[in-house]
Design a protein around this ligand. Sequence first.
Ligand code: HEC
Length: 148
Amino acid sequence: MTTGKVWMVAALIGAAVITVPFIIEAPRQREARQIALGQSVYASNCAQCHGKQLQGQPDWQTPLANGRLPAPPHDASGHTWHHSDEVIFNVTRNGLKPYAGESYESDMPAFTGTLKDDEIRAVVEFIKSTWPERERDYQQQMTLQQGN
Ligand code: HEC
């Protein structure tokens, strides 16, 4: 290799050393921004029922006097992490009727019209970001298999 070539290679390596961290960091920053958006969407639209700490309503498995179910937790003690991304997104966007039938009575609102799809995706990512590794891994499998 001539001295000129050596310098060229050195310059290319130098450029890569400087550029690669930016390329790796950009998606992480996008993810952090999305989760921050999801957290604020959650606080204004979901926390009043599902709890500030995602803890759900008390005795969430026991139907209320009107026969409807209380809001379940979205933390690891609930069952949200049993569902794929798609199901969590769809339930939030369209409510439970598409899954449970037109006559199903529920306090879970459909957020289509209230929230943009990006905001719903962000709130799903925020909820996921609060789970321990085991629940995250399980839910990732469900998402890959497009399960319920
Ligand atoms: C007015 C109260 C209320 C608000 C506000 C509310 N929910 Fe719900 N949600 C419920 C109730 C009640 C259920 C259980 C309904 C049932 O099973 O009949 C539920 C169920 C769900 C489920 C399915 C159950 C599960 O654990 O997988 C998801 C997902 C969900 N809500 C997400 C959200 C998100 C995200 C928001 C905010 C954008 C939100 N909800 C806002 C009351 C609410």
